[in-house]
Ligand binder design. Structure first.
Ligand SMILES: [Zn+2]
Length: 323
C-alpha cells in the first residue's frame, strides 16, 4: 500500500506526530492533532470521531499512526496545514502558499473555519508581501472574495506602472476586473497629477519663502545688507514656482517636472521618494555651498508633505469592483 506513498517535507515529517493525513496525490503528512484542532473546528470534529482500537478493514495504519485520506492535493494540504500550525514551527505562508490556500479557503468557508480565513486575511495584508507583489495579492484577494484586502492590494498596485507586466495570477481576474483596476489606477494618476496645477498645498504648508529657504537659493551675506543668490541656475520658465517665480531654481523645477510625470504612471509616495533622493544627490554633487547643506533635511520634510497629500488624494478615488 505504501509503495507509492511519499512523505511531506518538514515540519510535516515529525517523528512524534500523532496522525497522518494523506493527500489525494499520496503524500503522507505527519501532523499533530492538537495544532489542527486548535486552528480548526473541522479537524477537531474529525479527530473526535472515535478511531477503531485495532486495525479494521477501513482504517489504515502506518508506522503506528492512523492514516486519514483527504480530498485535497499535497500543495493545497500543505498550505492549509501551514495556516493551522503555530508560526514558530511553520513559517508565515508566502505568496505561493497563499495562492494555493485560496482553494482551501473556499472549502474552509463552507465549514466556517473562521480561524483559517482570518489567517489568510492576515497573510495577504502583510505589508512585505503587498510591497513585493501587489498585483498578485490583488488577484488572489479578489479571487478569495476578501474585499478589504483586495482594496488594500489595489492601493499597493499604484507602485507599479499603469500597464503592468504579465503575472501568473492575472488568469484569476476577469477582463472586467482588470479594467476596473486599470481605471482606478488611471484615475489616481490623474488626480495626483492635478496637484501640480495648484500648488497652494505647498505654499500654505510653508507660509513664506523664508520657511523654505532650502529651495530659495538665497543666503544672507553679512557684507551686504541684502540676502544674495546662490550660483545655481534659475529657471527661465518656472511652472512650479512657490513664492517668487523669478527666483525659482532650475533643480527644483526639474525635480517637480520629473516627479509629476512619474506620478502619472505610479501615483504613490515611493515615486516622490525616488525622485527626491535623485535630486538630493545631483544637487550635492554640484556642491553649491548654499543648497547642499540644507537640501537633505528640506527634501525630507517636503517628501513627507507630498506623501500625505498623495494619500489624501488617492483615498478619495474609488475602486469599482464587484465581489
Ligand atoms: Zn544653489
Amino acid at each position: 500500500m505504501s509503495g507509492d506513498t511519499n512523505y511531506a517535507a518538514t515540519p510535516f515529517d515529525h517523528a512524534k506526530a500523532d496522525i497522518i493525513l494523506r493527500s489525494s496525490d499520496n503524500i503522507n503528512f505527519r501532523v499533530f492533532k492538537l495544532f489542527l484542532s486548535l486552528a480548526s473546528p473541522f479537524f477537531e470534529t474529525l479527530f473526535d470521531i472515535p478511531q477503531p482500537a485495532e486495525e479494521s478493514r477501513d482504517q489504515e495504519v502506518e508506522d503506528g499512526l492512523v492514516v486519514i485520506p483527504v480530498m485535497e492535493d499535497s500543495k493545497t494540504l500543505d498550505a492549509l496545514l501551514r495556516f493551522c500550525y503555530p508560526c514558530t514551527l511553520a513559517e508565515d505562508p508566502n505568496i505561493e502558499v497563499l495562492k494555493d490556500a485560496m482553494d482551501i479557503l473556499e472549502a474552509a468557508r463552507k465549514y466556517s473555519l473562521d480561524a483559517i480565513e482570518k489567517k489568510a486575511r492576515q497573510a495577504i495584508a502583510n505589508p512585505k508581501i503587498l510591497e513585493a507583489e501587489p498585483l498578485r495579492c490583488f488577484a488572489i484577494a479578489h479571487r478569495g472574495r476578501l474585499q478589504e484586502e483586495t482594496l488594500l492590494a489595489a492601493r499597493y498596485t499604484l507602485t507599479q506602472p499603469l500597464i503592468p507586466s504579465w503575472f501568473q495570477e492575472i488568469e484569476l481576474l476577469t477582463a472586467t476586473d482588470l479594467l476596473s483596476l486599470l481605471t482606478y489606477h488611471k484615475k489616481c494618476g490623474d488626480a495626483v497629477f492635478a496637484l501640480k496645477l495648484d500648488l497652494s498645498w505647498v505654499t500654505s504648508h510653508y507660509g513664506s519663502s523664508e520657511a523654505c529657504s532650502w529651495l530659495s537659493g538665497y543666503y544672507y551675506d553679512s557684507r551686504s545688507p541684502n540676502s544674495r543668490s546662490c550660483g545655481c541656475q534659475k529657471s527661465s520658465t518656472p511652472r512650479c514656482a512657490l513664492f517668487n517665480p523669478s527666483a525659482t531654481l532650475q533643480w527644483w523645477e526639474d525635480f517637480m517636472e520629473e516627479t509629476f510625470t512619474a506620478l502619472r504612471d505610479k501615483p504613490c509616495k515611493e515615486t516622490v521618494k525616488a525622485t527626491a533622493d535623485k535630486t538630493v544627490q545631483t544637487v550635492k554633487a554640484r556642491n553649491c555651498q548654499v543648497c547642499s547643506p540644507k537640501i537633505t533635511e528640506g527634501m525630507r520634510d517636503f517628501v513627507d508633505l507630498f506623501s500625505r497629500k498623495i494619500d489624501e488624494t488617492v483615498s478619495q478615488i474609488e475602486l469599482e469592483l464587484s465581489f
